[in-house]
Design a protein around this ligand. Sequence first.
Ligand code: CMX
Length: 436
Amino acid sequence: MILKQKLAAQLPAWRERVKKLVKESGNVKVGEVNIGQVYGGMRDVRGLVTDISYVDPNEGIRFRGFTIPELIEKLPKPPGAEMPYSGGLYHLFLAGEIPTAEEALDVEEEWKKRGEVPDYIYKMLQAMPADTHPMTLFSMAILGLQRESLFAQRYHEGMKKDEYWDPMLEDSLNLTAKAPAIAAYIYSLKYQDGKIMPGDPKLDWGGNFAHMMRVENKGYQDLSRLYFLLHSDHESGNVSAHTTHLVASALSDIYYASSAGMDGLAGPLHGLANQECLGWLLEVMKKFNGLPSREQLSQFAWDTLNSGQVIPGYGHAVLRKTDPRFTAQMEFGLKHFPDEPVFKLAALVYDVVPEVLRQLGKVKDPWPNVDAISGSLQYYYGVREFDFYTVMFGVSRLLGVTANVVWGRALGQPIERPKSLTTAMLEDAAAKAAAA
Ligand code: CMX
């Protein structure tokens, strides 16, 4: 496979680079940690490394140095499509460079070969109670595949540390290949007739997801490709990426690690915000029997805040400007269905809610994040069961977390184990600082 050869060719130089950095400059400080950060969710503590993406607080995400508009322009696209192959994005994540069409198709073809979901996974999902959350089913399906892990098998047989990345990449390709079919089946099981929709071998990974969801529409194929690009990676400190990295650092395989990552994604302050968000928009529509005025919407937002809830889809731990992932989706909606009422409401919320959050005084980022609008685009294409939305986020996020874990293994990253302190120790440190 081209991707594997490209990765293997880079590794010796990368390993040397990291070894030299740590050996010669291991004592150089890159930041300090204060008591506020220890008790405050480690915000802005510089303790992780990834070369796959970087989130600038004012600019937003860059994947391997490229902004979202640059990627949409430069990555190869299926014939006639507006949005790029996800296989090309995965190549970029892993090999570090924009692929040719041939290289993007190399990944797409691998995914096709590896995409069949074993029957026991379907049976396991069918056995669950009907009210099980789709994210629980998704995480279970990933964990259920663990018995297939080549990494686990080869580790037990004995392999050199330098080789770890290879079965990790194999596992990652096998898992990401199956993820769209698993997600579409969960949708069928929960909201359709429970039948397995076979994939279309003529379609790419993103387009095939749309097909397996039974939304036979070129617009939805492109939305799926865009969605999978936008949600894939957001550097390594977010809950899903960090959890996956942490679990994998114990040399747990990709199935254990990314299933745990998906459990973090299922939290309402993280990926589940996209389902909360559409729920909130629909509540507004219901209360005002359609689009509200600006004043009505502002009052509704205040009512939400006064009842102790957050405005889902707004705010971010790192970003301090409108999330470019929001902007890309907004542009897609404006181009394809500017007059759709729920989309129009999402746009109106963007006009009204930042000012409300600013007035609240404590929110560091009053701007929308990726989740503020994604549901309204799905809604337009008829995918309206919003507790499914985080599963699509999960399919996409697997691209980022698996690529990171492969690189983590390739560079020999060790088991992660930060140090804890007691509150009394922190009080002691505070008293000493005050006395000095
Ligand atoms: N609505 C109401 N209050 C908000 C808020 C929002 N959208 N965003 C932040 N705040 C509040 C926080 O709850 C916090 O209040 P307390 O001091 O009373 O606890 C205060 O403002 C300061 O928070 P912050 O430093 O600005 O934000 P954090 O880094 O702590 O949290 C996030 C970031 C995303 C969890 C938060 O903005 C939030 O809860 N947003 C709504 C949920 C959401 O959209 N999550 C999705 C994020 C993207 C993703 O991961 O998918």
